[in-house]
Design a protein around this ligand. Structure first.
Ligand code: KPL
Length: 309
């Protein structure tokens, strides 16, 4: 299969490396010049629990040198989705499948609106990975990947892609109701990401204190109310319990939002807690705690930017 991965951060690089390792023709695309150069020079270096390995694969700064692809996986930050897909138009034919495995809500909609007639799949992954330096990542945790059809006639292809991933070492399952999974992941992210970012703590610390558990509960119960009002079938019996389990299971992780702030960069808050606020407003459900953390994260982003300039 010819596969392009747009956005070669930790997760994009990890998926690209596993698929290349399984014999597919993979190109990673990322604007980070040092990362691209290092991957082309020495391969992608991956620190696994079992030791280090180096996987050879191609990396590009843009899609100019690439032709039509069978599968394009979008892993860019949510606020870059429209731009990334727009500038990758040369990769798409009528038979190309586009899969988003990004954090947050709204990415599949943006892709489907940008590339009309495309088959768009969406999904979530519970793998954990961190960038350690240019051309160098840590595969911190193994987890399940779940994909489903967002739009288009992808019935057979979604199963082919899941089988391809599984055969390459990325255990993947297909579901009919992908919105349910996307919301499930969103509820985890709204409870963990802004709090770890604001308090500058790893995920596991959130379950250690009554005060942080209370904050998680406020954020998550608002999200749950919005999801239920929108007719979403939430995939967990006890949402707060699930969020706490994930915080423990990924205890030593610095959440993606904390990592974004560490880098002095923009976060995906608008697509995480901000998305809950927007959906809540549409459905008449008030979400004051999610609104507050959204504004707090934006304030931190603004202050960091101010200090840098
Ligand atoms: O998805 C994550 C993230 O950091 O974005 C969690 C599940 C919170 C793991 O760190």
């Amino acid at each position: 299969m010819k596969i392009a991965v747009i956005g070669a951060g930790a997760m994009g690089s990890l998926f690209g490396a596993y698929l290349a390792g399984g014999g597919h023709q993979v190109a990673l695309v990322d604007v980070w010049r040092e990362h691209v150069e290092m991957i082309n020079k020495q391969g992608l270096r991956i620190e696994e629990k079992s030791g280090e390995k180096i996987v050879s694969l191609t990396a590009e700064k843009d899609t100019r040198n690439l032709g039509a692809q069978d599968l394009v996986i979008i892993f860019v930050k949510s606020y870059n989705t429209a731009d990334a897909v727009n500038t990758a138009r040369n990769l798409f034919t009528e038979s190309t499948v586009i899969l988003t495995l990004q954090n947050g809500l709204g990415n599949a909609e943006i892709i489907a609106d940008t590339v009309r007639n495309a088959t768009v799949l969406a999904g979530t992954t519970a793998h954990g990975a961190t960038v350690l330096g240019p051309g160098y990542i840590r595969h911190a945790g193994v987890g399940e990947t779940i994909i489903g059809i967002y739009k288009g006639a992808g019935d057979r292809r979604v199963h082919d892609i899941a089988d391809t991933f599984t055969n390459c070492g990325i255990k993947t399952r297909v579901v009919d109701d992908i919105a349910s999974q996307l919301w499930g992941k969103l509820l985890i992210n709204i409870g963990i990401n802004p709090l770890t970012a604001l308090l500058n703590v790893t995920n596991g610390r959130l379950v250690e204190y009554d005060a942080t558990c209370a904050l998680m509960q406020m954020l998550v119960s608002e999200g749950e109310a919005v999801a239920r009002a929108g007719g979403i079938n939430i995939p967990y019996a006890d949402v707060l319990e699930k969020v706490k389990q994930v915080a423990v299971a990924t205890g030593t992780n610095r959440s993606s939002m904390l990592q974004d702030l560490d880098k002095g960069g923009r976060t995906e808050i608008d697509f995480i807690n901000g998305a809950v606020v927007r959906e809540g407003a549409k459905l008449g459900i008030s979400t004051p705690y999610n609104e507050m953390v959204t504004q707090l994260i934006k304030a931190v982003e603004a202050i960091r930017e101010f200090n840098v300039n």
